[in-house]
Each structure stands twice: as structure tokens, then as C-alpha cells.
Design a protein around this ligand. Structure first.
Ligand code: AMP
Length: 282
């Protein structure tokens, strides 16, 4: 595996492979790699000639009171893990390589962002699509791999590729979890011991809701308040949101039917955790 820090170099490498007709699979990440990221890399390895992963903590997608400065970083460990997962090129640019000048053009996401994390983290997805547009132009991937843990991000990237005619296939990968159901996340290191135990209840509350739905419950408000009640009684965190929408449009539902997402966010003392469940209801 080669580690690349310069944007020109990664683009030249990609152009060379493209001219040889090789396919490129790309996994954008913010690093501090765990089994979730590595599963994306392994999927990319199965279906592409060349696998490129980026590690870039993108300042543009962090709000002023968020954790950009303190976001966990461990490049030496990440290099080892990425290499073992079959990554060919690890692109780790410094901020000035990606943002050499102040931007003359702003990308603003219009749809799929006025709910869930997009509503709470104003400007977050504008930063995400901006950095992804830059990275896609550097890496020139045939396929990009994203985790459904960040289901709203998958929905927004789907719009980005469609609106701007990127010739890229989006591969959405199921959430990788700890044994107790907690979605793996770089931010889980912020949890204290007690919160780590409680954090399993996020997925548990969603699975319980799924069972109610499978048993015939169709009252959206009732499902939401039952999940909130579950989280309030089993965790010390503060509920940020529990919401249900159509997926991937993230439009409100009149009735519980079709492909839906139940998504939630809970703020613990230092970590804000998200989780979701996507299901098809006939
Ligand atoms: P991040 O480094 O948090 O920006 O994540 C990089 C990519 O890995 C995104 O597409 C995430 O959705 C994905 N990802 C993060 N955690 C998981 C997980 N537990 N399971 C599957 N994919 C994940």
C-alpha cells in the first residue's frame, strides 16, 4: 500500500489506471479506522481492480461547536489496518491540499437535509458534498462505498451523483456493530464505561420498534414515543431526535408503508451517537 498526500499525485495515479481500463473503488473516511470502515474496504476489494481510501477530517463539515480539533486520529494504526484490508492507495491530504484557496463556489444541499442530522447540524451536508466533489474529481472512482450507519449521508450522496451526473456507482453497506448491537463509530471512544453499556439501547430500541411494526403497529407517533420512552428509561443521554421518514427521499410519511427509515440521535456527555433502521413495509 502506498500513502499519498498530494492531490496531484493521487489524480495522476487514478488517470493512469483509468487509461488502462482498470476500475477504481473508493472509500472516503475521516480515519480512526474500525471494522465498519474496513468492511467497506473489503467490499471494494472484491469488486474493483484498484482500491483507494482517503482519510481526511474535513473542517467544512464540522460546526463551530463540534469536535473538529479533538476528532480522534491515529495515522500509524490506520495505515496498518488499511493495508491489511486490501487498500492499494491511502490518500491522506493535509487541509491545504484540499482547500488551497477559499472557495469561489459554494455547494448547498436543498433536499434530504431539512430533517435528522441535517436539521441539527446546519451546513454539515454542504461540507460533505463539497469535499466529496473534490475527492471524486481527484480519485475518479467507478464505485464509492458508504455505510448505512450514516443513512442520511447515503441519501445525500445519492442525490449528488444523480444531480451532477457523476459516472459513479454508489454502494451502500450495512452497519457493522459491536456484539451488543452498538454501531461501530470512531466517536465511541468518547463514551465513559457506563455510557458504553447504555449505548447498546439505541439499537435495542429500534429492534423493539421493528417487532411492534412486524406485529401490526402502524401509528407513527406511538412508535416514536415508545422509542423515546425506551431511551429515556435505559440511558443517561439526552434524545436529540427520533424520527421516521420515507427512505431515501426522507420525505414525511402519511402512513407507515414502503421503504422507511427510523433514525435517532442521542447526546451523551461527550459523544453524540446516531443509529437507524431501514425496513420495507408492504
Ligand atoms: P467516517 O470516517 O465516520 O466519516 O466514516 C467513513 C465511512 O464509513 C462512511 O461511509 C460511514 O458511513 C462508514 N461507516 C462508519 N461507521 C460504520 C459502521 N459501523 N458500519 C458501516 N459503515 C460505517
Amino acid at each position: 500500500m502506498k500513502v499519498i498526500t498530494k492531490r496531484k499525485e493521487i489524480q495522476e495515479i487514478s488517470l493512469k489506471y483509468k487509461s488502462e481500463g482498470k476500475s477504481i473503488g473508493f472509500i472516503p473516511t475521516m480515519g480512526y479506522l474500525h471494522e465498519g470502515h474496513l468492511t467497506l474496504a473489503k467490499k471494494a476489494r472484491e469488486n474493483n481492480d484498484i482500491v483507494i481510501m482517503s482519510i481526511f477530517v474535513n473542517p467544512l463539515q464540522f460546526g463551530p461547536n463540534e469536535d473538529f480539533e479533538t476528532y480522534p486520529r491515529d495515522l500509524n494504526r490506520d495505515e496498518q489496518l488499511a493495508e491489511n484490508a486490501g487498500v492499494d492507495y491511502l490518500f491522506v491530504p493535509p487541509v491545504e491540499e484540499i482547500y488551497p484557496n477559499s472557495l469561489s463556489i459554494q455547494l448547498t444541499v436543498q433536499n434530504r437535509v431539512n430533517v435528522l442530522c441535517g436539521k441539527k447540524r446546519v451546513g454539515h451536508f454542504d461540507g460533505v458534498v463539497t469535499v466529496l466533489t473534490k475527492l471524486f474529481h481527484l480519485v475518479l472512482p467507478n464505485r464509492v462505498y458508504f455505510g448505512l450507519k450514516d443513512a442520511q449521508q447515503v441519501a445525500v450522496v445519492d442525490s449528488l451523483l444523480e444531480d451532477f451526473f457523476f459516472p459513479i456507482e454508489l454502494v451502500a453497506v450495512d452497519t457493522v456493530r459491536e456484539e451488543d448491537g452498538l454501531a461501530k463509530s470512531s466517536r465511541n471512544v468518547y463514551l465513559n464505561d457506563q455510557e458504553r453499556i447504555e449505548a447498546a439501547q439505541l439499537q435495542k430500541s429500534l429492534q423493539t420498534a421493528k417487532l411492534w411494526i412486524l406485529n401490526g403497529e402502524r401509528n407513527i407517533e406511538k412508535i416514536i414515543s415508545s422509542i423515546k420512552n425506551h431511551l429515556e428509561t435505559t440511558t443517561s443521554g439526552t434524545i436529540d431526535y427520533v424520527e421516521i421518514y420515507q427512505y431515501p427521499t426522507l420525505m414525511p410519511l402519511n402512513e407507515l408503508k414502503g421503504k422507511i427509515i427510523i433514525a435517532l440521535a442521542v447526546q451523551f456527555s461527550k459523544a453524540r451517537l446516531i443509529d437507524n433502521l431501514v425496513m420495507e413495509i408492504s
